[in-house]
Design a protein. Structure first.
Length: 280
């Protein structure tokens, strides 16, 4: 029986996940004997599945929708990022068999932003985040950890934005959705965490022209790679960062945990994943 480490991505559904492409690339690139597969696990079975992870033959897993909050409840130990974001996307068994959890989405977002716009922090005293879901929680955590003094949060459902802002403290200020264009004039960073602009979704209607000339615009959507928001920002001459890098970078800590090598996010890996999106 093989003792090579095995990991998986758990979701419901899970067929859409591109995590096997990412981890499979790294396993091949670094010549590691191991495997990374998909596991479709229903919501009612997620706690039991995670509790018996080693019995299923896995040393760890990525957790995707709709299981991230349930995974936080299921792990025996969660790190600070997971607790702050309120969700777990990466689990592993330590040497004693303890099931541990982390959330690497904030790490992935910030690392992608640093790589795509290295000077984004210069003069960035106000940022705006669109959306109030799980991705927004990760982005807010990352921006607060980075020391951004003022973060404007806006969402189509105001109550969700209010709840999220209260959880993150005084640095997060809620702006009504219909007032976001006016508020953009002070923002050096604009982050879209909503599904607006994604292929098959309604467009995101926002006045990019209101942003300062040195603003950076990033969208966590990566299908399409260049969303209408990013296209409008680029046409204005603003720095833009697409969302694919967040997906790639968030995978790094988990791979290191499971397979013992810290992998690099390279142009070749990006091209491999882009090929699965049907884009050039």
């Amino acid at each position: 029986m093989s003792t090579a480490p095995r990991a998986c991505v758990i979701g419901w559904p899970v067929e859409h996940s591109r995590s096997p492409v990412i981890h499979g690339y790294w396993l091949e690139h670094y010549g590691i004997e191991g495997a990374y597969v998909k596991e479709a696990v229903s919501p009612e079975d997620i706690a039991a599945f995670l509790g018996a992870l080693s019995e299923h033959g896995y040393v760890g897993a990525n957790v995707t929708l709709p299981h991230k909050e349930a995974a936080l409840r299921a792990v025996e130990e969660a790190d600070e990022a997971a607790r702050a974001i309120g969700a777990v996307n990466t689990v592993w068994l330590d040497q004693s068999g303890t099931l541990k959890g982390s959330n690497t989405d904030a790490y992935g977002f910030m690392t992608n932003l640093d790589a795509g716009a290295p000077h984004w922090r210069e003069g960035c005293d106000v940022a705006m985040v669109l959306g109030a879901g799980g991705a927004a929680q990760a982005v807010l955590h990352g921006l607060i950890e980075a020391g951004i003094p003022r973060i404007l949060l806006t969402n189509r459902t105001a109550a969700k934005a209010d709840t999220l802002a209260r959880a993150f403290g005084d640095r997060v200020e809620v702006v009504p959705w219909d007032a976001k264009d006016t508020a953009l004039t002070a923002c050096r960073l604009l982050v879209n965490t909503t599904s607006l602009g994604m292929t098959g979704q309604p467009p995101l209607e926002i006045m990019v022209s209101a942003l300062p000339a040195k603003a950076v615009v990033t969208d966590i959507v990566y299908v399409p790679l260049e969303t209408p928001l990013l296209a409008a920002a680029r046409a204005r001459g603003l720095a833009t960062v697409d969302g694919l890098g967040m997906l790639l970078h968030q995978a790094v800590p988990g791979f290191e945990r499971w397979f013992g090598v810290r992998p690099e996010v390279t142009a070749d890996l990006r091209a491999r994943v882009v090929a699965t999106l049907g884009e050039t």
